[in-house]
Design a protein around this ligand. Structure first.
Ligand SMILES: Nc1nc2c(c(=O)[nH]1)N[C@H]1C(S)=C(S)[C@@H](COP(=O)(O)O)O[C@H]1N2
Ligand SMILES: [Mo]
Length: 316
């Protein structure tokens, strides 16, 4: 398998920080002239981000990366609003330090981890993953993180740990979306323990060699590349191990639309979106033919064995 090193990424696929710095200069001057009053939130973008390199991984896809602007500008993060650009406008105001993650439930060593400790827990890897949203669009993102299993094994789950739930931040001051009952906040997602222990499940702290921008789930999120994007909870504050399958935000809101498993499956359609095909953000326009969606988002050779004997229509 071809391993993609950061040095192999053509410069055209990376947004130079200089562009952001120039944009900020422009915003500063425009503000001085009183031109940009209505777009004030945009200048809250933290520039430049702190570097977070990761060693190359054999799990990385070799497809063309989605542009940095699209990864960080076209987001789903309903706590900051339901529009695709809302998170990039509103999320920069959220404070991500200090931050800690409570790890509890059916584990021998439950405790709180500070974000600085989590960042040092295991070596960082760069994982280029296909990222497939249930809304039938996809991206290819160079995430930086380490296997979630690294954290899980340190807290020693007991025999009663069959599932794990991820609870994410609620901060009504900055998360304007949480003032409305769009979902039953906080956003909670969950995995079966063997899914969470799978080497592809990534505890993620960065993208494009830098700390995660807030709109992508700073300071820590999970990325589960063989499942629809909503399973990959952002800005996690609590990880709870349990015997029973956890209630999750989307499954509670619309159980017939969002199953607990939500493995990418081109043969099982969502009531509002066919899952057979997808539009690659930044490459496929609205009128170009969509590309075919792959079973388990193309990760079937590594994850299909987790589901042997299961009816994937029933457990969608
Ligand atoms: N806390 C939280 N996590 C979330 C969401 C959200 O609204 N809130 N949206 C999900 C959805 S629907 C998708 S497609 C991915 C988007 O991740 P990205 O914006 O980094 O591409 O985040 C997921 N994680
Ligand atoms: Mo999504």
């Amino acid at each position: 398998m071809l391993i993609r090193k950061p040095s192999d990424i053509p410069p055209s696929e990376i947004t130079p920080q200089a562009v952001y710095l120039r944009r900020r200069e422009f915003v500063k001057q425009a503000l001085a002239l009183g031109l940009l009053a209505p777009v004030m939130p945009a200048q809250a973008r933290p520039v430049p981000a702190q570097k977070l390199p990761g060693r190359p991984s054999a799990f990385s896809a070799t497809e063309k990366l989605t542009k940095y602007e699209d990864v960080t500008g076209y987001c789903n993060y309903y706590e900051f609003g339901t529009g695709k650009t809302d998170p990039s406008v509103y999320a920069p105001r959220m404070k991500t330090r200090p931050w800690s993650v409570m790890v509890d439930g059916t584990v021998r060593s439950k405790r709180e981890f500070g974000i600085e400790e989590l960042l040092k827990l295991a070596p960082m890897e760069e994982r280029v993953y296909r990222h497939r949203c249930v809304e039938a669009w996809s991206m290819v993102v160079p995430w930086v993180g380490y296997p979630l299993a690294e954290l899980i094994k340190r807290v020693e789950p007991t025999a009663g740990a069959k599932y794990v739930a991820f609870t994410t931040r609620v901060d009504p001051d900055t998360m304007v979306g949480t003032r409305l009952p769009v979902l039953d906040w906080p956003y909670v997602e969950g995995l079966r323990i063997d899914e969470a222990m799978h080497p592809l499940a990534l505890l993620t702290f960065g993208l494009y060699g830098e700390l995660l921008p807030n709109q992508n789930g700073a300071p820590v999120r999970v990325v589960v590349p063989w499942k629809y994007g909503f399973k990959s909870a952002k800005s996690i504050v609590r990880i709870t191990f349990m015997e029973q399958q956890p209630r999750t935000a989307w499954n509670t809101a619309a159980p017939s639309e969002y199953g607990f498993y939500s493995n990418v499956n081109p043969e099982v359609d969502h009531p509002r979106w066919s899952q057979a095909r997808e539009r690659r953000i930044g490459e496929d326009g609205f009128f170009t033919p969509k590309r075919k969606t792959l079973m388990f988002n193309g990760y079937g050779d590594r994850v299909a064995s987790l589901y042997t004997g299961m009816d994937l229509r029933k457990f969608f």
